[in-house]
Design a binder for this molecule. Structure first.
Ligand SMILES: [Zn+2]
Length: 137
């Protein structure tokens, strides 16, 4: 697979446990998910750059009724999970699963909590995929 600036390549890197952003070499704009053309300066001079994996919690929701894939993992109204938006140290926001927080008690979860990246492996064989998550430090 080539390293085109597509979600497929982004996910391939995730499978290698790398969180990669696309950076415009002209204006420095950074994009996750990647963009092939910089939306700020319209340059196509884009390069992949690995993110540090450090972030803070920007927004979250405790999810009591999730998609079937998450129900299969054992999450339900009695065992909610936390879906969030994190702000990477590089200044870009991305959605991810949030680990190490008490989703049953959302009042205990604080915006701005420092987080570190975690790669979750789900499924087997061809169904296997890497899920992006961040956990409390
Ligand atoms: Zn640019």
């Amino acid at each position: 697979m080539s390293n085109e600036f597509t979600s497929a390549t982004f996910n391939k890197f995730l499978g290698e446990h790398k969180l990669m952003g696309a950076r415009c070499t002209k204006c420095g704009g950074l994009y996750l998910p990647p963009r092939a053309i910089c939306p700020h300066c319209y340059s196509d001079q884009i390069e992949w750059i690995e993110m540090s994996g450090k972030a803070t919690l920007a927004a979250f929701a405790a999810v009591f009724i999730g998609p079937s894939t998450l129900q299969a993992e054992g999450y339900d109204r009695n065992n909610p999970y936390c879906a969030g938006i994190v702000e990477l140290d590089e200044g870009v926001k991305i959605s991810a699963r949030i680990l190490g927080v008490d989703a049953k008690n959302p009042a205990s979860i604080a915006i701005g909590t420092p987080l570190t990246i975690e790669f979750m492996e789900r499924g087997v064989a061809e169904q296997q995929k890497t899920v992006l998550a961040f956990k409390t430090i």
